[in-house]
Design a protein around this ligand. Structure first.
Ligand SMILES: Cc1cc2nc3c(=O)[nH]c(=O)nc-3n(C[C@H](O)[C@H](O)[C@H](O)COP(=O)(O)OP(=O)(O)OC[C@H]3O[C@@H](n4cnc5c(N)ncnc54)[C@H](O)[C@@H]3O)c2cc1C
Length: 458
């Protein structure tokens, strides 16, 4: 049996690996010349790595960690203390640190209790307000999808101070938009994971570029097992026979066609919509995909001639355009070049900046960065990269969750994988891997239930 998987991001790679494990002949197609999707990296003209975005991996990412272990890649992370280091102008560091040695949720509650970031009254309000999600269930959290997190927070008596100082920042890190734009379900799901599992908040950063540490070795392993990974070849149209209700092939952007028995889209949702032919687009759940809009985000990478930060972890800031950032030579051993800081910053919300010229983005970013790290003014900015992703993860606005599609579709030989599809996690790398697991399970079920629908291609 032959499977064609479109999209070599985390979801596509995991789908390809697990179908190969089941004995499928697998072709993995990637439109770009570089693998990894939103977790990709490429070299600039000087040979320095540029990443599509700063990525942090959590102890809660069990499916991802197991997948990497299966591929002998579980040594790719540098694990950091479980803490949120907030930087503010004129402040030293003010972390919220999960207290080591205590079980969840006490490690988080104790961390909030001793944090210098909040007043005692705010800590009490926060502790009481979060009792319900901490000791609640996913079912309760699912019911909160119709309101914003900010509305939920205020309704539970936690006040505007903690919203402004902490929770907007958390929403921005999760979905690149503030807490008054994201669904309460998104933030509460993250809190539930942290509250239920002691190791969930443990944070890892890739030891170097995701390309060298993850995707290149993974491709070598997959190819050695017979998977064909084709870079620089995109799906132009999904070919569909409405009478048979089957996908008959992928028409590719070089004019050729590729056929198989099973087809998987691991493309982002906005790309999938463009590739669907009209008769498929009219079917549910494809018609509802229009509600899943991509959230814009900008990444700025600043190269200085000397070190300008001291933190060996992620840094968060409230009330600036820099939602989360890290100094790569501090956090990742492969970036220890002995030269200066390489600061990678996630700029969000990015609606205003996504179409602005580089000079405007740079000025905005530097204004905030210099306020947070005045010492950087004494350093020389050697160069910078601005990476724009107009449609990154789907925008988790209130009421949108119900439109996330299952991995099985009404077309029996066509399946979906990707962080936007239905799975227990939010749009994240772990969500993408979970979606791949579910897609492969759905393929197994389809083959058992309806073997005649999946026939060997000529
Ligand atoms: C700036 C930034 C920071 C992030 N930080 C984190 C983080 O810290 N932790 C975390 O868990 N998540 C983070 N994420 C989210 C994470 O990157 C995504 O959830 C994850 O990459 C989704 O994986 P995916 O495989 O579903 O999609 P993608 O990674 O988007 O991969 C889809 C692939 O499909 C390809 N494709 C598109 N069209 C076609 C076509 N026509 N034919 C063939 N291929 C096609 C694309 O080129 C891409 O390679 C971040 C995202 C961004 C943008």
């Amino acid at each position: 049996m032959r499977a064609i998987v479109a999209g070599a991001g985390p979801a596509g790679f995991a789908t390809a690996k697990w179908l190969n494990d089941r004995g499928y002949e697998v072709v993995l197609l990637e439109r770009r010349g570089v693998p990894g999707g939103k977790v990709s990296a490429w070299r600039d003209a000087d040979g320095d790595w540029v990443e599509s975005g700063l990525h942090v991996f959590f102890g809660a990412y069990h499916n991802l960690l197991n997948f990497l272990a299966e591929c002998d890649l579980n040594d790719c992370f540098d694990w950091k203390p479980a803490e949120m280091v907030f930087i503010a102008p004129g402040h030293a560091l003010a972390p919220i640190r999960f207290v080591p040695g205590l079980p969840a949720p006490l490690n988080g509650l104790a961390g909030v209790a001793i944090s210098p970031l909040m007043s005692t009254a705010d800590k009490l309000r926060m502790g009481l307000g979060l009792l319900r999600p901490i000791f609640g269930s996913q079912a309760y959290i699912d019911q909160q999808d119709n309101q914003t997190y900010a509305a939920w927070h205020l309704r539970h008596g936690m006040g505007t101070r903690t919203l402004d100082d902490v929770m907007h920042t958390m929403a921005l890190a999760l979905n690149f938009q503030r807490a008054d734009r994201v669904s309460a379900k998104l933030v509460l799901t993250a809190l539930l994971h942290f509250a239920q599992e002691t190791n969930a908040p443990k944070m890892g950063l890739v030891k170097g570029s995701p390309h060298e540490r993850l995707w290149a070795p993974l491709i070598t392993k997959l190819e050695a097992r017979g998977v064909r990974v084709v870079l620089g070849r995109g799906v132009e149209e999904i070919m569909y026979d409405p009478l048979d209700n089957r996908v008959t092939g992928f028409a590719l952007d070089d004019g050729s066609t590729i056929t198989g028995d099973v087809y998987v889209s691991a493309m982002p949702v906005h790309n999938l919509r463009k590739r669907l032919p009209a008769p498929m687009k009219a079917l549910e759940p494809f018609a509802n995909l229009r509600y899943l809009k991509g959230q814009p985000v900008v990444t700025a990478v600043l190269y200085f001639d000397k070190m300008v930060t001291e933190v060996n972890n992620l840094m968060f800031s409230a009330d600036t355009c820099l939602s989360v950032y890290a100094d790569l030579p501090r956090v990742s051993p492969d970036y220890h070049t002995g030269r200066g800081s390489i600061v990678e910053l996630v700029v969000a919300p990015a609606e205003q900046l996504i179409n602005a010229p580089d000079a405007v983005v740079l000025e905005t970013v530097l204004n905030d960065f210099y306020r947070l790290h005045p010492v950087a003014r004494t350093a020389r900015l050697l160069k910078q990269h601005i990476v724009r992703i107009p449609n990154s993860v789907y925008s988790a606005r209130p009421g949108v969750d119900r439109y996330r599609p299952d991995q099985a579709t009404p077309v029996p030989n066509f399946f979906l994988a990707g962080d936007y599809t239905r799975q227990e996690f939010m749009a994240s790398i772990e969500g993408a891997i979970r979606s791949a697991r579910r897609a492969v399970d759905r393929i197994d079920q389809a083959v058992v239930r309806q073997p005649e629908l999946v026939v060997t291609a000529p």
